[in-house]
Design a protein. Structure first.
Length: 134
């Protein structure tokens, strides 16, 4: 049960990040239309990269967890060491995914700061329509 909750939370974070990225794109489009120059293309790329890295690490962790679960079902003592090693790898990959999300958040703070410095009066949490395609 805890595993499903953790998976749902992480997937929710990634989806919210993707929606946020699309909202930021729309805000920057509006800024360009208003002749307000905000150069955050590097930060936007870095934000996207960090989110993609987090998602990739998490998917790797899920695959290793599934492998460990399947090995544990065999009840063979020879698989115990391999299962433990897989669980250690899962923990490390999850740490890396979490760290990538933290880094993405730090980059996001820089993007928002630059938007505010440009005195662009926008609410990032406002109802800007975006469509997330999986």
């Amino acid at each position: 049960h805890a595993e499903r909750v953790l998976a749902a939370r992480f997937e929710g974070l990634v989806k919210r990040s993707i929606v946020l990225e699309k909202r930021l794109d729309k805000i920057l489009e509006k800024a360009n239309e208003s002749n307000i120059s905000i150069n955050v293309s590097f930060e936007m790329e870095l934000f996207s990269e960090k989110i993609a890295t987090a998602e990739d690490k998490y998917k790797q962790a899920q695959a290793k967890l599934a492998e460990a679960f399947n090995l544990s079902l065999t009840n063979e003592t020879a698989n115990t060491d391999r299962t433990k090693e897989l669980i250690r790898e899962v923990r490390e990959l999850r740490k890396e995914a979490h760290e990538a999300l933290k880094q993405a958040h730090d980059v996001l703070k820089i993007i928002v700061l630059r938007i505010r410095i440009a005195k662009l009066d926008v609410d990032i949490s406002a109802d800007i329509e975006v469509e997330v395609i999986q």
